[in-house]
Design a protein. Structure first.
Length: 146
């Protein structure tokens, strides 16, 4: 299950690149090369975690916990502090798109919930999968005597 989540986010993390390299980082919207570099780093780390998760390595499970917790916190904090109008201004859409999108009645905390809750759900799934990590192929735990 974690591998599927990782694959989904490997693809989904590329979408903000289409919006000036948008990367939310603890209250700041980064873009341009900074956002692209951070997205690239996030994708690289997630790719490494995916490889370790596929092999059910305990370090990959712990890494996934930290990864999804940090990403969820960064996105929640950033979008909870960002107004809809501020986000639209940052994205620099053409006037016709701004006119269509500006009538949407969203507040900052709603944006935070919209992006943060799926990340928190992923964190819960990762935590629920703990029992599948750190086992030998025969099902015994790695710490048990041979």
């Amino acid at each position: 299950m974690i591998c599927l989540l990782d694959l989904f986010f490997l693809i989904a993390l590329h979408v903000p690149l289409l919006y000036h390299g948008l990367f939310p980082l603890f209250g700041t919207l980064l873009g341009g090369l900074d956002g692209i570099y951070l997205t690239g780093a996030a994708v690289l780390v997630l790719g490494l975690l995916l490889c370790g998760t596929w092999e059910q390595r305990i370090w990959a499970w712990w890494g996934s916990v930290v990864y999804y917790a940090v990403l969820a916190a960064a996105w929640l904090v950033t979008f909870a502090q960002t107004s809809w109008a501020g986000l639209l201004a940052w994205l620099q859409f053409p006037p016709s798109e701004l006119e269509a999108l500006s009538d949407i009645p969203l507040r900052g905390y709603e944006l935070g919930l919209f992006v943060g809750l799926p990340m928190l759900a992923c964190l819960i799934v990762v935590l629920a999968c703990r029992r599948h990590f750190g086992r030998n192929p025969d099902g015994t735990t790695l710490s048990s005597p041979s």
